[in-house]
Design a binder for this molecule. Sequence first.
Ligand SMILES: N[C@@H](CCC(=O)N[C@@H](CS)C(=O)NCC(=O)O)C(=O)O
Length: 326
Amino acid sequence: MGLLVDGVWYDKGYDTEAHGGQFEREPTTLRNWITADGSAGPSGEGGFRAERGRYHLYVSYACPWAHRTIIFRKLKGLEDAISLDVVHPYMGDKGWTFDTNFEGATGDRVNGLEKLADVYLKAVSDFTGRVTTPVLWDKKRETIVSNESSEIIRMLNSAFDAAGATGADYYPAPLRPEIEAINDEVYGTINNGVYRCGFASRQDAYEKAFKALFDSLDAVEKRLGRHRYLAGDTLTEADWRLFVTLLRFDPVYVGHFKCNLRRIADYPNLSNYTRELYQVPGIAETVRLDHIKTHYYRSHPWINPTGIVPRGPEIDYSAPHDRARL
Ligand SMILES: N[C@@H](CCC(=O)N[C@@H](CS)C(=O)NCC(=O)O)C(=O)O
């Protein structure tokens, strides 16, 4: 793993020691928005009008942040409108690559490049920062629109309505304040919380993240005993943002990231809820546990030096769920 500094690649991991052993995720910097008419969005510059065939997503099936965007492309019926390439699950000293020797890794069919860093450099030749998935690419202007998943899913949710998007609105205006509050809590303690456990390099940093994670999971478990979804009766982006972490929890985070106070399987509401979301039409085919497990267990040698990928656990996300009772 590594990062670009003034356009030059350095093979370098996370500097947790600079933050008292804590993992601090760096903010993403490429933050333009696709909008219905091409006007500028809340950040960045304008000129990215929603058009079928114009945009491309570079994703990893392993990455929870990228998974959100794969889910939204699917839910909004945008698969014919926005093309997609998948990186190889192993992220080694060159970062994410377009190697194709893993089932489902597509290579780069748009720019024909070797690795994701080359895509960043094609857009910004002196780019400084981590080379992360997802990346939303504009084939017309040959540049990156955004590398921030929370914003890409909002673009997919609403900018393409006149360009053939279908499906529900997952960020409905009346629920926005509640969705934002849930997102903030879930991001800090759960989505990013599992990374803060797994990448902590000091005991106290790990324990702090661990406590916040399970306090938050316990609270969400209670909430899901009262409501079918996080924001009430309506399935919203807040649910999809939580889902991608819940799905990876028992197969990866319990063992690899030491998030092992309880499994999701031990929480009745959270496990039924995970199955309900998994069973929404189209979602199961966005889930690639082979990419997920291979990525995490092989790409962090300081956590798992042998790179051995565990065989278990056995989980059946297609088993019946009880959420219709709410
Ligand atoms: N804030 C970003 C985070 C994306 C992110 O951190 N992706 C990870 C994969 S799960 C990555 O590509 N990491 C590479 C690195 O940190 O070097 C988003 O939500 O889009």
